[in-house]
Design a protein. Structure first.
Lengths: 115, 109
Protein backbone atom coordinates (compact mmCIF):
# COMPACT_ATOMS: atom_id res chain seq x y z
CA UNK A 1 0.00 0.00 0.00
CA UNK A 2 1.43 3.39 -0.98
CA UNK A 3 2.01 5.84 1.83
CA UNK A 4 1.54 9.59 1.83
CA UNK A 5 3.34 11.06 -1.16
CA UNK A 6 4.87 14.52 -1.10
CA UNK A 7 6.72 16.46 -3.74
CA UNK A 8 9.17 17.92 -4.14
CA UNK A 9 11.38 16.47 -1.43
CA UNK A 10 13.67 19.49 -1.48
CA UNK A 11 13.20 23.05 -2.67
CA UNK A 12 15.58 26.00 -2.65
CA UNK A 13 14.24 29.42 -3.57
CA UNK A 14 15.13 33.07 -3.21
CA UNK A 15 13.17 35.14 -0.70
CA UNK A 16 10.05 36.82 -2.08
CA UNK A 17 9.55 33.99 -4.59
CA UNK A 18 6.45 31.80 -4.51
CA UNK A 19 6.62 28.09 -3.73
CA UNK A 20 4.12 25.25 -3.72
CA UNK A 21 4.11 21.81 -2.11
CA UNK A 22 1.96 18.90 -3.19
CA UNK A 23 0.58 16.03 -1.13
CA UNK A 24 -1.31 12.89 -2.09
CA UNK A 25 -2.76 11.15 0.97
CA UNK A 26 -3.34 7.45 1.46
CA UNK A 27 -6.29 6.26 -0.60
CA UNK A 28 -9.51 6.46 1.34
CA UNK A 29 -8.23 8.86 3.97
CA UNK A 30 -10.70 11.70 4.35
CA UNK A 31 -8.61 13.79 6.70
CA UNK A 32 -5.48 15.59 5.54
CA UNK A 33 -3.08 17.68 7.61
CA UNK A 34 -0.27 20.06 6.79
CA UNK A 35 2.41 20.57 9.42
CA UNK A 36 5.49 22.78 9.62
CA UNK A 37 8.60 21.53 11.42
CA UNK A 38 11.45 23.84 12.37
CA UNK A 39 14.85 22.42 13.15
CA UNK A 40 14.96 20.82 16.58
CA UNK A 41 11.24 21.24 17.15
CA UNK A 42 8.21 19.00 16.83
CA UNK A 43 5.78 19.46 13.95
CA UNK A 44 3.17 22.21 14.26
CA UNK A 45 -0.22 21.92 12.63
CA UNK A 46 -0.94 24.49 9.92
CA UNK A 47 -4.26 23.25 8.57
CA UNK A 48 -6.57 20.24 8.72
CA UNK A 49 -9.03 19.18 6.03
CA UNK A 50 -12.03 16.92 6.35
CA UNK A 51 -12.60 16.00 2.71
CA UNK A 52 -12.41 19.35 0.87
CA UNK A 53 -13.33 21.48 3.87
CA UNK A 54 -10.67 23.22 5.95
CA UNK A 55 -11.94 22.58 9.48
CA UNK A 56 -8.95 23.97 11.38
CA UNK A 57 -6.77 26.64 9.80
CA UNK A 58 -6.23 28.71 12.92
CA UNK A 59 -2.43 28.31 12.75
CA UNK A 60 -2.08 29.07 9.04
CA UNK A 61 -0.48 32.51 8.42
CA UNK A 62 -3.08 33.63 5.94
CA UNK A 63 -1.23 36.70 4.73
CA UNK A 64 1.23 34.55 2.79
CA UNK A 65 0.14 30.93 3.13
CA UNK A 66 -2.73 29.28 1.34
CA UNK A 67 -3.89 25.72 0.87
CA UNK A 68 -6.44 23.90 -1.19
CA UNK A 69 -7.91 20.43 -1.48
CA UNK A 70 -10.38 20.94 -4.29
CA UNK A 71 -11.59 17.40 -4.86
CA UNK A 72 -11.04 16.10 -1.36
CA UNK A 73 -8.05 14.01 -2.37
CA UNK A 74 -4.68 15.62 -3.03
CA UNK A 75 -3.72 18.99 -1.64
CA UNK A 76 -1.41 21.91 -2.36
CA UNK A 77 0.17 24.27 0.16
CA UNK A 78 1.47 27.56 -1.21
CA UNK A 79 3.65 30.34 0.18
CA UNK A 80 3.71 33.68 -1.58
CA UNK A 81 6.00 35.46 -1.05
CA UNK A 82 8.44 33.27 0.85
CA UNK A 83 10.50 34.78 3.68
CA UNK A 84 13.79 33.63 5.19
CA UNK A 85 11.96 32.39 8.28
CA UNK A 86 9.88 29.98 6.20
CA UNK A 87 12.85 27.65 5.84
CA UNK A 88 11.63 24.43 7.43
CA UNK A 89 10.27 20.98 6.64
CA UNK A 90 6.65 20.88 5.52
CA UNK A 91 4.93 17.63 6.39
CA UNK A 92 1.67 16.24 5.11
CA UNK A 93 -0.29 13.58 6.97
CA UNK A 94 -3.56 11.78 6.50
CA UNK A 95 -5.95 9.69 8.55
CA UNK A 96 -9.23 7.89 8.15
CA UNK A 97 -11.22 10.41 10.18
CA UNK A 98 -10.53 13.33 12.46
CA UNK A 99 -11.38 11.55 15.68
CA UNK A 100 -9.33 10.90 18.76
CA UNK A 101 -8.20 7.37 18.04
CA UNK A 102 -7.14 7.36 14.43
CA UNK A 103 -3.50 7.06 13.53
CA UNK A 104 -2.01 9.78 11.39
CA UNK A 105 0.28 8.67 8.58
CA UNK A 106 2.98 11.15 7.64
CA UNK A 107 4.78 11.70 4.39
CA UNK A 108 8.55 12.25 4.19
CA UNK A 109 8.18 16.02 4.04
CA UNK A 110 9.46 18.79 1.80
CA UNK A 111 12.54 20.57 3.02
CA UNK A 112 12.35 24.24 2.03
CA UNK A 113 15.37 26.51 2.05
CA UNK A 114 14.78 30.21 1.47
CA UNK A 115 17.92 32.19 0.56
CA UNK B 1 -4.83 21.59 25.08
CA UNK B 2 -3.13 19.47 27.73
CA UNK B 3 0.66 19.39 27.63
CA UNK B 4 3.20 16.65 28.17
CA UNK B 5 6.65 16.67 29.72
CA UNK B 6 9.42 14.36 28.52
CA UNK B 7 13.16 14.16 29.14
CA UNK B 8 15.16 15.81 26.37
CA UNK B 9 17.31 12.75 25.76
CA UNK B 10 17.94 9.18 26.86
CA UNK B 11 20.49 6.53 26.08
CA UNK B 12 20.13 2.80 25.83
CA UNK B 13 22.20 -0.19 24.88
CA UNK B 14 21.24 -2.42 22.02
CA UNK B 15 19.02 -5.38 22.92
CA UNK B 16 18.14 -3.92 26.31
CA UNK B 17 14.67 -2.67 27.28
CA UNK B 18 13.99 1.07 27.17
CA UNK B 19 11.46 2.91 29.29
CA UNK B 20 10.54 6.35 27.98
CA UNK B 21 8.59 8.39 30.54
CA UNK B 22 5.96 11.05 29.92
CA UNK B 23 4.13 13.26 32.40
CA UNK B 24 0.73 14.69 31.57
CA UNK B 25 -0.74 15.92 34.83
CA UNK B 26 -3.43 18.06 33.16
CA UNK B 27 -4.86 15.24 31.04
CA UNK B 28 -8.63 15.26 30.69
CA UNK B 29 -10.88 12.23 30.85
CA UNK B 30 -11.35 12.04 27.09
CA UNK B 31 -7.73 12.62 26.01
CA UNK B 32 -5.97 9.78 24.26
CA UNK B 33 -2.26 9.25 24.87
CA UNK B 34 -0.34 8.85 21.62
CA UNK B 35 3.29 8.03 20.96
CA UNK B 36 4.92 8.82 17.66
CA UNK B 37 8.54 8.60 16.72
CA UNK B 38 10.59 10.35 14.08
CA UNK B 39 13.66 8.80 12.55
CA UNK B 40 16.25 11.12 11.00
CA UNK B 41 15.08 12.75 7.75
CA UNK B 42 11.67 11.07 7.91
CA UNK B 43 8.18 12.09 8.90
CA UNK B 44 6.83 10.95 12.26
CA UNK B 45 5.40 7.45 12.50
CA UNK B 46 2.78 6.12 14.83
CA UNK B 47 3.98 3.85 17.61
CA UNK B 48 1.07 3.22 19.94
CA UNK B 49 -1.85 4.88 21.67
CA UNK B 50 -4.08 4.26 24.66
CA UNK B 51 -6.82 5.73 26.79
CA UNK B 52 -6.88 4.03 30.20
CA UNK B 53 -5.55 0.49 29.94
CA UNK B 54 -2.06 -0.69 29.13
CA UNK B 55 -1.58 -1.50 25.46
CA UNK B 56 0.74 -3.79 23.54
CA UNK B 57 1.52 -3.98 19.85
CA UNK B 58 4.30 -5.33 17.69
CA UNK B 59 6.41 -2.22 18.18
CA UNK B 60 6.06 -1.41 21.86
CA UNK B 61 4.03 -1.42 25.05
CA UNK B 62 2.31 1.52 26.68
CA UNK B 63 1.94 1.53 30.45
CA UNK B 64 -0.55 4.11 31.73
CA UNK B 65 -0.63 5.13 35.38
CA UNK B 66 -3.86 4.50 37.22
CA UNK B 67 -4.51 8.25 37.61
CA UNK B 68 -3.51 8.75 33.93
CA UNK B 69 -1.16 11.57 34.86
CA UNK B 70 1.83 9.77 33.46
CA UNK B 71 2.67 7.02 31.01
CA UNK B 72 5.69 5.03 29.88
CA UNK B 73 6.56 3.77 26.43
CA UNK B 74 8.42 0.48 26.64
CA UNK B 75 10.63 -0.83 23.87
CA UNK B 76 11.34 -4.39 24.90
CA UNK B 77 14.62 -4.86 23.04
CA UNK B 78 16.15 -1.72 21.60
CA UNK B 79 17.83 -1.94 18.21
CA UNK B 80 19.94 0.61 16.41
CA UNK B 81 16.93 1.32 14.20
CA UNK B 82 15.00 2.52 17.24
CA UNK B 83 17.22 5.59 17.55
CA UNK B 84 14.79 8.44 16.99
CA UNK B 85 12.90 11.29 18.63
CA UNK B 86 9.92 9.93 20.56
CA UNK B 87 6.91 12.19 21.04
CA UNK B 88 4.27 11.71 23.73
CA UNK B 89 1.10 13.53 22.70
CA UNK B 90 -2.38 14.00 24.09
CA UNK B 91 -5.33 14.43 21.77
CA UNK B 92 -9.05 14.88 22.20
CA UNK B 93 -11.90 14.01 19.90
CA UNK B 94 -10.55 16.04 16.98
CA UNK B 95 -7.34 13.97 16.76
CA UNK B 96 -5.35 17.19 16.88
CA UNK B 97 -1.75 16.29 17.70
CA UNK B 98 0.31 18.95 19.46
CA UNK B 99 3.92 17.85 19.35
CA UNK B 100 6.47 18.96 21.94
CA UNK B 101 10.19 18.56 21.46
CA UNK B 102 10.12 14.87 22.42
CA UNK B 103 12.87 12.61 23.76
CA UNK B 104 15.89 11.92 21.61
CA UNK B 105 16.76 8.25 22.12
CA UNK B 106 20.30 7.16 21.38
CA UNK B 107 20.99 3.43 21.12
CA UNK B 108 24.52 2.25 21.63
CA UNK B 109 25.78 -0.96 20.03
Amino acid sequence: EAGVVQSPRYKIIEKKQPVAFWCNPISGHNTLYWYLQNLGQGPELLIRYENEEAVDDSQLPKDRFSAERLKGVDSTLKIQPAELGDSAVYLCASSLAGTGYNEQFFGPGTRLTVL
Amino acid sequence: DAKTTQPNSMESNEEEPVHLPCNHSTISGTDYIHWYRQLPSQGPEYVIHGLTSNVNNRMASLAIAEDRKSSTLILHRATLRDAAVYYCILSGATNKLIFGTGTLLAVQP
